[in-house]
Design a binder for this molecule. Structure first.
Ligand code: F0G
Length: 483
């Protein structure tokens, strides 16, 4: 293999023939080149500010309750919102819809086995179905799970089983640190939980890459290796939540010492090799609109989970998926590691973050892979934490620009004490998640312009009270009223 120095980043590019940096350097242009052409378009309905104010009131100030045609730029989630490629659409026509033993299943199974190195693959309709199967089997009263940060559905599935979910985010993951791997798990805290709870009561340690709930921040290979070592010494399973593993691999390749000779796919494979199970919502780095899987090495665990799969999802050769979904996913899981795509992906998220930072907005920095997270407490310092500044920012973005986003803070993670007072989340963030291959740079420039307006008009903005909520995952259906 010919090895040469990549002109943009001080590393050796392992895929010289496809080095986008080199090609763009040769072009002398700064634009983030979107490495695709648009073949099919989906119209966006434009709305007025007055219309949006009415839509928002009717949705009880919860953007989950808006109709999608009331939204102009949808940054609610990067999950299941990707644009599929021509190859994926073509693959869908090849979908084998046989109940048992479909050829599409065997194609998908091979791709996932190559990625995870694991024998047992259970296809599910999305990530939380895989979580439900795994954690309802492993969980239960008296059990403790540890993670760098449990994603909300992960926590809900664990707590629903009666088990406890403890977050052990490394100190640098908290606000105020400017380090490359802010998604890492705190190794000392993990050792302490093992000492206190006892390894026998900890069915799994879950490493989520990238760490969605702490800002889409990457986890280093060094941290994953150390977590794996601690787990295996203690006889505890390590589960990798791999829904954004390709994006995480980009950061490892570009930012972690000693990782530059491996390509993104090799890095992802190496990370999976450290784990005993992989849970993946394929709606992210699978580049599909629906799908997920659970994979594992252990035969006994696979048999137990396999039974739950058949009871709750479907037969083991399709789980929760149709044949065409499996074809699209088999193709998406390969496409996502394309260096040109990943480079465009991470840089376009960074572009939005850099512009907001330059405007003086407190953005979680460095910017992660799939989303830009804004510190709403700093954006609206006049709004008390008990009045959900994050929800206020979500509502203002929608009213001002038709942009839909999501609060990741005290609405999502807040609890109540015995007196019914809010125990707020550590931070009140607002997430602008970027769907994959969907929006162009001018859409993102529009978002930046809307933030200019929000900055200029932030004095009069008020917070919100919750008027209706559910016990689990309240943010999806909560109703609010202006404070
Ligand atoms: N794990 C992580 C880290 C996630 O981000 C998600 C979903 C899941 C598990 C569950 O997967 O939605 O397919 O059931 N995250 C979406 C989001 C919903 O908007 O971040 P799912």
């Amino acid at each position: 293999m010919v090895i040469f120095s990549c002109p943009q980043t001080p590393h050796i590019c392992p895929v010289p023939a496809r080095c986008l940096h080199k090609r763009l350097k040769e072009m002398h242009y700064k634009t983030i080149f979107e490495p695709f052409r648009i073949k099919t378009v989906e119209p966006i309905r434009l709305s007025t500010e007055a219309e949006r104010a009415a839509y928002l009131e009717a949705a009880h100030y919860n953007t989950f309750l808006l109709h999608s045609d009331q939204v102009m730029i949808d940054l609610l989630t990067d999950s299941g919102t990707s644009a599929m490629s021509a190859a994926q659409w073509a693959g869908m026509m090849q979908g084998d819809e046989s109940y048992a033993g479909a050829s599409s299943w065997f194609r998908l199974k091979t791709v996932i086995q190559d990625l995870t190195g694991m024998e047992h693959i259970l296809p599910t309709h999305q990530g939380r179905a895989a979580e439900r199967i795994l954690y309802s089997h492993l969980g239960g009263k008296g059990k403790t799970f540890v993670s760098n940060t449990h994603f909300d559905t992960t926590r809900a599935n664990i707590e629903f089983s009666g088990a406890e979910a403890i977050d052990c985010l490394a100190e640098e993951g908290n606000a105020g640190y400017e380090v490359d791997f802010r998604g890492n798990l705190d190794l000392d805290a993990l050792r302490e939980v093992i000492r206190q709870r006892g390894a026998a009561n900890i069915p799994a340690v879950i490493l989520t890459v990238t760490n969605n709930s702490s800002g889409g921040q990457p986890v280093s290979m060094g941290n994953a290796r150390a977590v794996s070592q601690i787990c295996h010494q203690a006889g505890i399973r390590m589960v990798l939540d791999a829904c954004r593993i390709a994006e995480n691999a980009w950061f490892i390749h570009h930012k972690e010492e000693g990782q530059q000779r491996k390509n993104y796919e090799q890095i992802a494979t190496e990370m999976c090799a450290l784990a005993d199970c992989v849970v993946m919502s394929a709606k992210k780095d699978g580049l599909v609109n629906m799908g997920g899987f659970l994979s594992m090495r252990d035969d006994t665990l696979a048999a137990a989970c396999g039974s739950l799969l058949i009871i709750t999802e479907g037969f083991s050769t399709y789980g929760g998926l149709s044949g065409r979904d499996m074809e699209a996913l088999a193709i998406g899981l390969k496409e996502v590691f394309d260096p040109g795509y990943l480079d465009y992906r991470i840089k376009s998220t960074g572009y939005l973050g850099a512009h907001l930072l330059a405007m003086g907005i407190a953005v979680v920095s460095p910017v992660g892979g799939h989303a830009v997270y804004i510190d709403a407490r700093k954006f609206y310092p006049g709004i008390p934490i008990t009045e959900y500044p994050g929800q206020a920012l979500v509502c203002e973005m929608y009213k001002a620009g038709g942009i839909r986003s999501v609060e990741v803070g005290s609405v999502m993670f807040g609890k109540y004490d015995a007196e019914g007072n809010l125990i707020p989340a550590k931070q009140d963030l607002v997430r602008l998640a970027i769907p994959r291959r969907v929006y162009t740079q001018s859409h993102i420039d529009y978002v930046i312009e809307v933030f200019g307006y929000l900055l200029a008009h932030r004095e009069a903005v008020r917070g919100y009270h919750i008027t209706h909520e559910t016990q689990y995952l309240r943010h999806f259906t909560a109703r609010f009223a202006p404070a």
